[in-house]
Design a protein around this ligand. Sequence first.
Ligand code: SF4
Ligand code: SF4
Ligand code: SF4
Length: 360
Amino acid sequence: MESSSSKITDEIRAEASRLLSSGEVAAFLGFVPGSLPMTVRPFVARSSEDAARLVWNSFCVMNLANYLPEVLKSVEPPRGPGDPEPEGPLPRVGVLATGCWSRNMVVQIQENRIQRDRVVILGISSRGMVDRKKVLARLGGREALKVEEQDHSLLVSGRAFNEEIPRWEVVRDNCRSCVHPDPVIWDIMIGERAGDRQNANRFAQVEEIESLAPEERWAWFQEEISSCIRCYACRNACPLCYCPTCFVDDSRPQWVGKSIEPVDTAIFHILRAYHCAGRCTDCGACESACPMGIRMRLFTKKLEKDVLEMYGAEAGMDPETPLPLSTFSPDDPQDFIVTGQESPKSTGDEAGRSGEVSQS
Ligand code: SF4
Ligand code: SF4
Ligand code: SF4
């Protein structure tokens, strides 16, 4: 029986081919198979022939919102410095979007990185993507030469072995806790919308760490990042990390050392997570890109939980709702602000006062 991924692949190819041949879009951003089993790579189709190469499967873990601004630029007419703005509407680009990718596109629209009217979004309700590292761990060193995807299992074969792995057991952690699998913005829907998922425990991994004593939490954090090689694959995979010069690459001033010295590594992870606060849509692309298996997504998940609890906001759910940390309301919680006044939580004793900060 044909799997749901193959049906979606057929529909993507048909729609991308139609959009390209009719001239509705100048390019279409999707995936083609990678060179190894269980991998795909982003691909820009520019013709119907290219569209026939597109695929959809459980290994489409890269967030296409990351590549969209560059592809949009690539279809604009060439322009030198000082040249006038081109007349008329600029060419459009087609792109695939699941729930978290579409929310990421909303964030980028709100941050003026993407113009909504230049994008034709093919929405897909996500069934969750598979974590290649979990599959490799199950294989225990045996090499997978072929992986066939069925709706509820993966059939993995290699030299002298065949193994069937239940799909849900190897789905990525972010997808297992996802409650918004449907795109929030789309132009053409591929397949049915699934509706929000009930998951009372979506912050379970974060709560487990929150329950530790502060020194245990710090030890957990240091252990988690101890194998980081500072390759920045996590940063490069994230659509929200688009600063022309990242703070880690600055040399004047040099905010953070370039080595894998533990303090430098900790600063990188803490600052990057905070730069994504209120913007991260838990797409998991950072974690999927990490060659060392570091679960840096848990840092942004903690901030996602805090932002939800403090501001009642989830990034990218609605293009009309400003990002929680880029707006101000007098009703915002402000216990963290050092004012010199007693905080609302103060008990009146010296230890309970905010503002007791030495200015030496
Ligand atoms: S880590 Fe911060 S400075 Fe670096 S690219 Fe990401 S958002 Fe920009
Ligand atoms: S920080 Fe990670 S999970 Fe969050 S948007 Fe970026 S790549 Fe996705
Ligand atoms: S991808 Fe992994 S190893 Fe590379 S910088 Fe990020 S956390 Fe460190």
